[in-house]
Design a protein around this ligand. Structure first.
Ligand SMILES: C[S@@+](CC[C@H](N)C(=O)[O-])C[C@H]1O[C@@H](n2cnc3c(N)ncnc32)[C@H](O)[C@@H]1O
Length: 367
């Protein structure tokens, strides 16, 4: 998903640093999980991962990409949903899913065979609600898929892994057809070509990893305090005043579903009234203290911290906090430089010098 601070492109550098430090896979806490890209890479490298983030969509990604272990079963829903059973008897549907496997067949069914229906997204984030985040057709389709997933899950026709894998695919699919410049703080007033495309679902098959990985929709410090023995704490916090809750409120609404209560929206962009967690990490006054508290709460032996040189904390203050928490007072800085992408909007953790970009990562030994 397009996400400010998404570390996907940084993974070789990050995982290379973990290797350089000769850390062997035990338990890692990916404290600001976002897209779960880092937790997922750690899982692939054999780590057991505890991951956390304040946002519900991140919790969905953590469940789908870090916690889920097996290819999910759809036997119960195939037997228990009369509409799906009807589709399964239709030759054209059977032809469409031929060779696709169970997960591929379910996403084909949800994306193309479930009738679109007007729901919360269609009523508020599409032209019927006076907003242009999605075309009406895509918005109504997102609503229909979201509703169907919830119905299946709440009636026990699919289990958690299947639910989160498909919900993650829906959030990522919706992001591909969102009429935005990458964040949801505004929609674009003309339809872009990506928004005109039909919604697709591309679920990812869960990969096996160490047992016992966990996902948390919770504050990083609270999770750190309860995470037990941890070898590596990875810290990738927001670095400026922009709250993720305001930039990604639409994926958040899709993740939450809101089937029990109907939220009230406010403003041009449709922020959910009374929602919008305010993270201390987005405040110049509180960020240093927040980092010190996180490092103190964690039982990790090592911490790796990604931070932007233009962030709320100056390099000097950041080093001060890190040195204060370090067992021997030492802070190591790893960096990697490469040519800057022209259309690069992901600036977290980067120092720009002309055409060169520098990725920074700090290491401290905590215990
Ligand atoms: C720079 S992004 C992390 C990106 C992530 N590493 C990735 O690759 O996608 C920062 C994340 O911190 C989360 N966040 C903000 N305050 C938090 C807090 N107090 N506890 C946990 N997560 C928080 C935001 O929701 C956001 O997803």
């Amino acid at each position: 998903m397009r996400y400010i601070g998404n570390k996907t492109r940084l993974l070789p550098f990050l995982m290379g640093t973990v290797e350089r430090l000769a850390l062997s896979p035990k338990t890692a806490h990916d404290a600001f999980s976002g897209t779960a890209a880092v937790g997922r890479a750690l899982k692939e490298a054999g780590w057991r991962v505890a991951s956390s983030d304040l946002m519900t969509y991140s919790y969905v990604f953590q469940r789908a990409y870090v916690v889920a272990q097996r290819s999910p079963s759809f036997a119960a829903v195939r037997a228990g949903d009369p509409e799906l059973r009807r589709a399964l008897r239709s030759p054209s549907f059977r032809k469409a899913i031929a060779g696709k496997g169970a997960l591929g067949a379910m996403s084909e069914y949800l994306a193309r065979w479930v009738d679109a229906e007007r729901g919360f997204i269609g009523a508020h984030f599409a032209p019927a609600g006076g907003r242009m985040y999605f075309t009406q057709e895509n918005a109504d389709r997102i609503d229909a898929i979201r509703r169907r997933l919830y119905d299946w899950w709440s009636s026990g026709l699919i289990q958690d892994d299947a639910y989160y894998v498909l919900l993650a695919a829906l959030i990522e699919g919706a992001d591909r057809v969102a009429n935005t410049a990458g964040v949801y703080a505004a929609y674009i007033k003309r339809w872009q070509s990506n928004a005109r495309r039909a919604l697709t679902l591309k679920p990812e098959m869960p990969q096996r990893g160490a047992r016992g990985s966990t996902a948390h929709r919770a504050d990083a410090t609270i999770v750190a305090a309860g995470a037990g023995e941890v070898e590596l704490l990875y810290v990738d916090p927001p670095y400026n005043a922009r709250q993720y809750s305001g930039y990604y409120h639409v994926p958040e609404v899709i993740a939450r579903g809101w089937f029990d209560t109907i939220p009230v929206l406010r403003g041009k962009t449709g922020l959910v009234a009374g929602e919008g967690q305010q993270s201390d990490w987005c405040s110049a006054r509180k960020a240093g203290e927040a980092l010190a508290s996180l490092l103190a709460a964690s039982s990790a032996r090592h911490a790796l911290v990604s931070y932007n040189s233009e962030g709320l904390l100056s390099e000097h203050d950041l080093r001060d906090v890190l040195a204060g928490a370090a067992k021997f007072g030492t802070v190591r800085r790893f960096s990697r430089g490469y040519r800057r992408y022209r259309s690069d909007s992901d600036r977290v953790g980067r120092v720009y010098q002309g055409d060169r970009v520098r990725e920074l990562l700090y290491h401290v030994r905590l215990r």
